[in-house]
Design a protein around this ligand. Structure first.
Ligand code: B16
Ligand code: MG
Length: 220
């Protein structure tokens, strides 16, 4: 194994609350019920697919242009909220684990559905840890399609079977499995059947990193 591809939201930091606030504004404007349980279903899902979930309880019909306008509006609220992120948003254990894996010689990439990935990485001072970034701006198909991870591996110059994918969402694990990656699941994804290696804390990646040099990960 030579690389680690990290999902962003839900793995390196959480922007759940910010997505919630932004979608809530849209839902309130439409008069649609929206709560944190619905918000949980938006994890790892693209902006457009998220809107479709928000609209499940909407009685009217909207044109494609109106839907696009709502997505844009949500993103404007969300970008304002992203201004509150800073270095302290990210747990020390995340920085320490990324630094450790780099020291071991692994190549690191981001594989995120978010089109705001670069802003989030810059605001939290995480950009320098990564050799490559694959995000919502360079894909045409969202998770569970493996495109975002396949592009990340390509940017790293590695084959899928040489990379771990670390994910918190079921759709992300499905994408990793479909792409031929070794999936590591955290949070919700730890209890998901197809996950190859469940973990309960990001620090466990250090052990996996050490044990997986060469063919070692097969013995886990
Ligand atoms: P944006 P990930 C995902 O990021 C989020 O989990 C999901 O809630 C969001 O809808 C999606 O990015 C798109 O984000 O609106 O910023 O393009 O988990 O794939 O890092
Ligand atoms: Mg995620």
């Amino acid at each position: 194994m030579k690389g680690f591809i990290f999902d962003l939201d839900g793995v390196l930091l959480s922007t759940d609350e910010l997505h919630f606030e932004a979608w809530k504004k849209i839902a309130d404007k439409l008069g649609v019920y929206f709560d944190r349980t619905v918000n949980d279903r938006l994890r790892g899902v693209s902006r457009e697919a998220s809107l479709e979930i928000v609209l499940e309880r909407y009685e009217g019909t909207l044109t494609a242009a109106e839907k696009q306008e709502l997505c844009n509006e949500k993103n404007e609220y969300y970008k304002e909220l992203l201004q509150t992120l800073n270095e302290a948003t990210v747990d020390d254990s995340v920085r320490e684990t990324l630094a450790y894996l780099r020291k071991c010689g692994y190549r690191l990439a981001i594989g995120s559905s978010s089109k705001n990935t670069k802003t989030i990485l810059a605001r939290t001072n995480l950009t320098h840890f990564f050799d490559a970034i694959s995000d919502g701006n360079n894909i045409t198909r969202s998770k569970p399609d493996p495109e975002v991870f396949l592009k990340a591996a390509e940017y790293l110059g590695l084959k899928p079977e040489e990379c771990f994918v670390v994910e918190d969402a079921e759709a992300g694990i499905d994408a990793a499995v479909a792409g031929g990656f070794c999936s590591i699941g955290i949070s919700t994804a730890a209890a998901y059947g197809p996950t190859r290696i469940p973990i309960s804390h990001i620090r466990e990646l250090e052990r996996i990193g050490v044990e997986s040099f060469g063919e070692g990960y097969r013995r886990l």
